[in-house]
Design a protein around this ligand. Structure first.
Ligand code: SAM
Ligand code: DTB
Ligand code: SF4
Length: 346
């Protein structure tokens, strides 16, 4: 991510202009960038587990786990270590390379953090990459996670700074940026993205992407979630987003953050296969894999494997493989530049 060709000075207007391109032109640009940096037929797969569910003190308007909303969610205390190990081993057996553990906390206490660290160590021992999403972190908590060997921390900006107050009031945008900076400072890989379809405007989508792309370093992983509407949450009943607008936003995410994994995240369960294929064409190269997200359903793993087979997609594997792929990608970029006169880099 220290590549000097990556930009961190994107302007609001130019991002909106990208979002407004004719669909085919936008897809072509996104594909060109994608192929310059990745094998377009390989997808990174992460499995998710909710390690502490519900009764959260925050008021995120989309979330089934807030104690402030009238959702019918069964609460669960922090899971025992054995249960986490079992779930991670199952995810690994199905082909997931990263295991992401989520807790419904505003922030972890130091005591709880130690229990999560035991989980991180156990999952690493299985040979999987680890990711956790635990809410806000202090600098010393971020340091402790690094010491424990954590690979990724997920903390989403969720939306634009302008729209943010319509969705969450119990923590600020700046709180989120501060946590991301603490994670980055420790050298933990950053996973940060947002949610579309919460009633935000295209301007807001552009503004959220500008915030992400203009961070001092691009997040290594950018989850783009489509709102999963949960009955009882304030955002239940929000007008559905035009599916093409979702694909456009994926494409622009790819163009702005060429080396990041762009994850087609929550909401995939409500998408048909054609829509998912368009998202992969637009540059999404990561998914959540396995029947369950945190509290809502995801497509069955068998169905995903079948879809991958039909599309000629394969699971992304080791870091070594990725390095080889980057070499191939730069060769492909040169070839594309010769054929189309397109540079491909952003
Ligand atoms: N409590 C921690 C926090 O908020 O940082 C971690 C877990 S939280 C569930 C992680 C992210 O999941 C949220 O920031 C949001 O982007 C996403 N998310 C939660 N509920 C969602 C929903 N109904 N639809 C789409 N994305 C959702
Ligand atoms: C992210 O961006 N999406 C994931 C993960 N990070 C933790 C969570 C999606 C949650 C979807 C709603 C649910 O299952 O509760
Ligand atoms: Fe709590 Fe996280 Fe849900 Fe917000 S998104 S209510 S912080 S679990």
């Amino acid at each position: 991510m220290s590549d000097a060709t990556l930009r961190h000075d994107w302007g609001q207007e130019e991002i909106e202009d990208l979002l407004a391109l004719p669909f085919n032109d936008l897809m072509f640009r996104a594909q060109t960038v994608h192929r310059a940096h990745f094998d377009p037929n390989r997808i990174q797969v992460s499995s998710l587990l909710s390690i502490k569910t519900g009764a959260c003190s925050e008021d995120c308007g989309y979330c089934s786990q807030s104690a402030k909303h009238g959702t019918e969610l069964e609460r669960e205390k922090l899971l025992p270590l054995d249960e986490v190990k079992r779930a991670a081993a199952e995810a690994k057996a199905k082909g997931a390379t990263r295991f992401c553990m989520g807790a419904a906390w505003r922030n972890p206490t130091d005591k709880n953090l130690e229990r999560v660290i035991e989980m991180i160590v156990a999952v690493r021992d299985l040979g999987m990459q680890t990711c956790v999403t635990l809410g806000m972190l202090t600098p010393s908590q971020a340091a402790r996670l690094k010491e424990a060997g954590l690979d990724y921390y997920n903390h989403n900006l969720d939306t634009s700074p302008e729209f943010y107050g319509n969705v969450i009031t119990t923590r600020t945008y700046q709180d989120r940026l501060d946590t991301l900076a603490r994670v980055r400072e420790q050298g933990i890989s950053v996973c940060s993205g947002g949610i579309l379809g919460m009633g935000e405007s295209r301007r807001d989508r552009a503004s959220m992407l500008r915030e992400l792309a203009n961070l001092p370093r691009h997040p290594e992983s950018v989850p783009v979630n489509l709102l999963v509407q949960v009955e009882g949450t304030p955002l239940f009943g929000t007008d559905e987003l035009d599916p093409f607008e979702f694909v456009r936003t994926i494409a622009v995410t790819r163009i702005l953050m060429p080396r990041s994994h762009v994850r087609l995240s929550a909401g995939r369960g409500g998408m048909n296969e054609q829509m998912q294929a368009l998202c992969f064409m637009a540059g999404a190269n990561s998914i959540f894999y396995g029947e369950r997200l945190l509290t809502t359903d995801n497509p069955e793993a068998d169905r995903d494997r079948e879809l991958f087979q039909r599309l000629g997609l394969a699971f992304e594997e080791s870091a070594e493989l990725q390095a080889t792929e980057r070499e191939c990608a730069s060769k492909r970029q040169r070839r594309l530049a010769e054929e189309f006169g397109a540079g491909g880099g952003a």
